[in-house]
Design a protein around this ligand. Sequence first.
Ligand SMILES: [Zn+2]
Ligand SMILES: [Zn+2]
Length: 626
Amino acid sequence: MDKEEFLGLYRHSLAHVMAKAVIELYGEDTLYGIGPQIDDGAYYDFVLPEGKSITEADYKTIEDKMREIIKRREDWTRKVVTKEEALEVFKDNRFKVELINELPDDETITLYYTGEDYVDLCRGPHVSNSQELMNVSYKVHSCSMAYWKGDAKRDHMQRVYFYAFPDKQQLKEHIKMIEEAREREHKKIGAQLELFMFNESAPGMPYWEPRGWQMYQTLLAYSRKIQKAHGYTEISAPLINNKKLWLVSGHWAHYLNNMFIVPGIDGFTQADTNIEDLQAALDDEDETTSAVLEAGTPVYDRENIDTMAAKPMNCPNAMMMFKRKLHSYKDLPIRYSEYDVLHRKEKSGQMNGLFRVQEFRQDDDHTFVMESQIKDEIADIIAIADEIYSTFGVTYRAELSTRPDDYMGDIEVWNRAEAGLKEILDEKYGEGGYEINEGDGAFYGPKIDLQIKDALGREWQCGTIQLDFQLPHNFGLTYTNAEGNLEMPVVIHRAIYGSLERFIGIIIENFKGRFPFWLSPYQVAVVPITTDHNAYAEEVIEALESNHIRVEADLSDKNMRSKIKKFKPYQDPYILVLGDNEARERTVSINVRGSNKQIQNVPLDTFIEVCKKMNQEHTLELVQEM
Ligand SMILES: [Zn+2]
Ligand SMILES: [Zn+2]
């Protein structure tokens, strides 16, 4: 048995044990739904008897009960049953009944008994006796509300999670990693550093506070600088577009549920006697509409051709930009980069700080190339990714997704494109140095995803490079080739940060809020020892700012210690302390972030040179000595 199989076997077996424990603790009327294994353990969904619920205080009790059950050394028996028999066994559990009724008629139905008194509907496999679970380590660690089948209109269930590992040591390490991740949590650090906030009036749409916005601008500036060097030109396009555009791009047919719809000029209709027809046309998710709808009420009909929608992606507008004039093959590649605001609707339960938002910007680009240019262009994009990711000190790995069965376009073009991509990836990462997901590409083209690895070893998909043979076709894009004939360009969609919001969330956690100098919202804090030193402090501030170093200062009459204490939580890389000595000598004394020592009397000019260099070179490590 390989490691994955082993993990699956005992994690899932433990889920049965936990369900058995919960039933013994909370009573026979406890309903149990599903209990799948996940990355670090498993969970089980329950509806507990009226008035009962599981809280953190109960985790230990559940663990102890599980231990007690394991120690009974009960046999696990597998039983093949008919649908009728299965329905009879679970007649008091409406969730299992639903699952059984959904099984195809020819499916073999198996039940697993743990001892005599616990039975679950399951494909298995499982341990054959509970004693096989004696040495594994587990810990019940959280509880959340879940809907049956993820449907907000159905039963609310309590989902109880546990970690499970082959031994104590691995469990301990995992818990330590989770604690470390919790300390780095971007929502917590984001609040401490005053970077961003959310308000219920705009769910999933970040407010960028002055410090956070400064950092955001710095990331944008860095992206712009690199892309300019690689021949990109920046555009900006409407955020809200008419339905006509979304019909052409295919978003209306395939992405509508994720789009924020905006009434057009004539989008509203007066509700009249045909209320029922209108209701049917309304978004069915909007349950409140029917309650307020009466004759004469202005209602909105999204099927109206005048309807508009906020853009979830930049692609269609970039196609329009290309189409505005005739292009020659000599103009290609054309690279339109774009940082416009995008909106995508998410289910409320899925939003998570900056990691899952409804409003964001990407370092997006659409490059228009001839087929013969694909390979070189992709190589250049990978060079950009290398440069950007290494600046943040993260490694990454590439994944190539190839032609799916329902592909669109010319198979020869696909074959040549995929061969080209493989060639580049082979050259760059060595054969086998990247993953290939056969058949996982989009129907419109193969893609390369770039997964970065953070300081905790967690992987995040940020970069994506996507070939597209379909969109240029939908928009009728052409260029004149060397023979003077019209030909269709290939589009490459690409992003390196991906969503800037999400990327900021990732780097907050990666750096634990202690950003490299060039990226820090404020880079230097200035603390004059007394107000007598304010004049020199102002001189220092001016000198720093004229060298594009971001400074904040406290010139109040508070004492030095409380001023320093105020700046510390912001994690500014340097806090300068200025007194008589410093003013006389034109020096600064520096408190370096993360160090208790003060570097005394560094000439102001030397300090400025060090800062300038770190800004110019996007240095990862903070200079500790001067
Ligand atoms: Zn099972
Ligand atoms: Zn795109």
